[in-house]
Design a protein around this ligand. Structure first.
Ligand SMILES: *Cc1c(COP(=O)(O)O)cnc(C)c1O
Length: 373
């Protein structure tokens, strides 16, 4: 059996090495290192894949969120509602822009933002909602969009973990995650489902005017050379990363299927385990993480797995509302029953595109044996 890794970037690279190496060398020879033809080509290929009018590449997923919020014209004091159970980047940019983050609880089954909790948190100052499509599965976007419409709010989808997932709307349409709200962000960090070999990110929108605004913001607020119409930032995807992303985008559906197949195998072996709750699937899940809930000593299980050469992760061990940087006297522990419980129960098993059957079998056997002893 091959050594088990949380994410096997090497194994994935080996399979596309010839193509990736050749296109990187082409970029080196072209000297168009920034905003070269590779970036433009990747942009249109991703627009076609997602079925979205505009993709605006940028330097990373955190910048993408920040630029999206800047583009919507959110102002200091505006309240932005997001999930308490996620990576800190989301709340970080809200705070950095002088906006007021308002954290709300999530659902116990799919770990995504609880729409009833969003509704309770809306005040006259609320301007936007940021649903995070956590672990590879879209949040309840029909309900989020209905609520946003009712209260005249912007919706910014944080799609860093769910690129390639589709969302089945109650109106019968199937849209890619990240193309439903007013604007969305994603990350191409190496371990993400579509990862490059450095940092990268992108913003998506179907709104032509907003796309124009965003393209200026990523480039120092310039719409015409040396005319700075708005305060912008410097946030670029470089051509080498775009070349890598083009090679990987061709395989993204296969990558999603490989992750889903691994998840199916995990699900099937844990199906009859009463102390293990497998991840709920509310739709098309692309399994950025495969996250179980464990009844029992989660930390002891994590230690046991590590001792047996099986890496695992706890995403996330501390709710954002309990983080020093994001404390707010308006929060009440009683508002976060689900997050406060999830942080004690969740464990993420190895999940990537290169998992082999004997590895999955060893992982599931080791988990079951420990849970039932
Ligand atoms: C990874 C991630 C980000 C940040 O992306 P970077 O490219 O690392 O800046 C933002 N939100 C979520 C939910 C993420 O998982």
């Amino acid at each position: 059996m091959k050594k088990i890794q949380m994410v096997d970037l090497k194994g994935q690279y080996e399979k596309i090495k010839d193509k990736v190496d050749a296109s990187i060398i082409e970029v080196l020879n072209s000297t168009a290192y920034i905003n070269g033809p590779e970036v433009k080509a990747f942009q249109s290929e991703l627009e076609a894949y997602l079925g979205v009018k505009h993709v605006i590449p940028c330097a990373n997923g955190t910048d993408a969120l920040q630029i999206a919020m800047m583009g919507l014209g959110l102002k200091p004091g505006d309240e932005v509602i997001t999930a308490d159970f996620t990576f800190a980047a989301t709340v970080e940019v809200i705070a950095l822009l002088g906006l007021t983050p308002v954290l709300v609880d999530v659902n116990p089954d799919d770990f995504n933002i609880d729409v009833a909790a969003i509704e309770r948190a809306i005040t006259p100052k609320t301007k936007a909602i940021v649903p995070v499509h956590l672990f590879g599965q879209a949040a309840n976007m029909d309900a989020v969009m209905d609520l946003a419409k009712k209260h005249n709010l912007f919706v910014i989808e944080d799609n860093a973990q769910a690129i390639g997932a589709t969302y089945a709307s109650k109106d019968g349409s199937h849209k890619k995650a990240g193309t439903i709200g007013h604007v969305a962000s994603t990350s191409f960090f190496p371990s993400k489902n579509l990862g490059c070999y450095g940092d990268g990110g992108a913003i998506f929108t179907n709104d032509d005017a907003l796309a124009h605004t965003l393209r200026g913001i990523v480039n120092h607020g310039m719409y015409e050379r040396y005319h700075h119409d708005v305060v912008g930032v410097n946030s670029r995807l470089d051509s080498i990363q775009a070349a890598v992303l083009r090679a990987k985008l061709e395989n993204l559906d296969d990558y999603c299927n490989a992750r889903r197949n691994a998840a199916d195998k995990y699900d099937a072996t844990f199906a009859n385990e009463t102390k293990i709750i497998t991840p709920a699937r509310t739709g098309n899940h692309v399994f950025h993480q495969y996250t179980l809930k464990i009844e029992g000593d989660r930390d002891a299980l994590a230690k046991h797995l590590n001792e047996n050469g099986i890496p695992c992760g706890v995403y996330y061990p501390i709710p954002l509302h309990s983080q020093k940087a994001y404390q707010d006297s308006r929060y009440n522990e009683a508002d976060f029953p689900v997050t406060n419980q999830l942080i004690k129960e969740v464990i993420s098993l190895p999940m990537h595109t290169e998992l082999e059957d004997d590895q999955i079998e060893f992982i599931t056997n080791t988990v079951k044996e420990f849970i039932n002893r």
